[in-house]
Structures are given as C-alpha cells and as structure tokens.
Design a protein around this ligand. Structure first.
Ligand code: COA
Length: 192
C-alpha cells in the first residue's frame, strides 16, 4: 500500500477495514490515553466495534465526506489522523488525531496534520480546516497551535462525554493562512 514518510522511521498510510485486527491491537494500547479526552477508543470496544469504526470511515471516504489514516513507526501502528468531516461543497473540513503512548511526543502527529492540511486546503482547495478539542486538552490544542491554527472560541457545554457536558474549543485555519505558513516554513514538514 502507498505510504508517505513522516520521518526516517515513520509513515502515514490509509487505514482500512482489512486492517481491523492490527487497528484493534493498537486501540487496546492507546485506550487509556484516549478515553480521558475522546470517544474514539470507546467506539471500538472489541473487534466488531473496531471493524465498524473502520467501515464508518470507509463509507465516509466513498462519499468524499471524511477519511482515516494510520501512522506506522517501524512497522507498528502507533496512531493516526482523520477528517471526521470533509465537505467540499461548503469548503470546510475538520481534522482529528490520536496516538498510543509510544507514538506521542515526537512530532509525528504534527507532521501528519500538515499533510492533511496540504491535501484539504491546497490539493482539494477547501477554504477552511477546523480542530475541535476540550480546552483542557493541552497536547491537542498544542498541535493546532503548532501548525498555525487560530483559537476561534469556545462552545460552552457543547457535547456530553462520560456523563458530563463538555466545552469544545474550536481552532481554525483558512487556505490563505496555510499558504502563508507553508511559505514561511518551507522545511517544516519533517518530524524528528
Ligand atoms: C493529542 C495527541 C495526538 C498529541 O500527540 P503529540 O505526540 O503530543 O503530538 P506531536 O506528534 O505533534 O508531538 C509533539 C511533541 O513532539 C515534540 N517534537 C519533537 N520533534 C518534533 C517536530 N519535528 N515537530 C513537532 N514536534 C516535535 C514536540 O516538542 C512535542 O513535545 P512536548 O509535548 O514534549 O512539547 C496525543 O496527546 C493523544 O493521542 N491524546 C489523546 C487523544 C486526543 O486527545 N486526541 C485529540 C482530540 S481533540
């Protein structure tokens, strides 16, 4: 399968239904880290759930409405990123990310997000990309900030998670802003 290098050891690849067992094993390693902030692992409580998650993204990809990618480090799936929503008609998409502990703290997510911004804003010509996170999730918004997004505001009591309503912080970047970031940091696409 095609792969885009993120570092000398890590690469971004499509993550698809046929990889369900590998995906579920990775989600088991990531579960504790993810559960604090997002329902992505909880949506894959077992193999059937993991298959359903990958199928959901395959369906979105077929409709040009979203897409999922994995990050492999020396052959092991350690994280990934996605467009939970992708709307070419309105020119807007959202980007989401996750890692297991072994994939964290190395810039892999930042490098992957830059590729997704290139694809959405430059290749596909969308006008805007968004990032939604819990404002207390500093590691998450640090990625949004690092790639040049702007904190646009907080939706108070926006969604229920683990029995409580949570605030959602919205970050965003417009196509022209991303072009300016790319021109100012031409070599910023490689993680260490
Ligand atoms: C959010 C999450 C994906 C961020 O992962 P991350 O590893 O911190 O993000 P990056 O891959 O961009 O790595 C950044 C770190 O690598 C370091 N780094 C090393 N080389 C780097 C490079 N070339 N470029 C950027 N950062 C680099 C940075 O300094 C930073 O380290 P620090 O946290 O010690 O300051 C992760 O914490 C996670 O999975 N959290 C749980 C799920 C979640 O919250 N998802 C987001 C929901 S909105």
């Amino acid at each position: 399968m095609f792969a885009i290098p993120l570092t000398d050891d890590a690469e971004l690849r499509p993550l698809e239904v046929w990889q369900t067992e590998e995906f579920f094993a990775h989600i088991e390693r990531a579960r504790e880290q993810l559960d604090r902030w997002i329902g992505f692992a909880a949506a894959s409580p077992d193999l059937d759930g993991a298959r359903a998650t990958l199928q959901r993204y395959a369906d979105r990809q077929a409709a040009d409405a979203g897409r999922l990618f994995g990050i492999w480090d020396r052959g092991t799936l350690v994280g990934g990123c996605m467009y939970p929503t992708f709307d070419a008609k309105s020119g807007n998409c959202e980007i989401g990310v996750w890692t297991e502990p072994a994939g964290q703290g190395r810039g892999l997510i930042t490098a992957a997000v830059r590729l997704l911004l290139d694809h959405a804003l430059l290749e596909r010509g969308l006008a805007r990309a968004e990032w939604h996170c819990d404002p207390r999730n500093e590691r998450s918004w640090a990625v949004a900030k690092r790639v040049g997004m702007t904190a646009e505001g907080i939706l108070r009591s926006s969604y229920p998670y683990r029995g409580e309503r949570q605030d959602a912080q919205i970050w965003g970047i417009l196509r022209d802003e991303w072009i300016a970031v790319r021109e100012a940091e031409p070599k910023a696409h490689k993680a260490s």
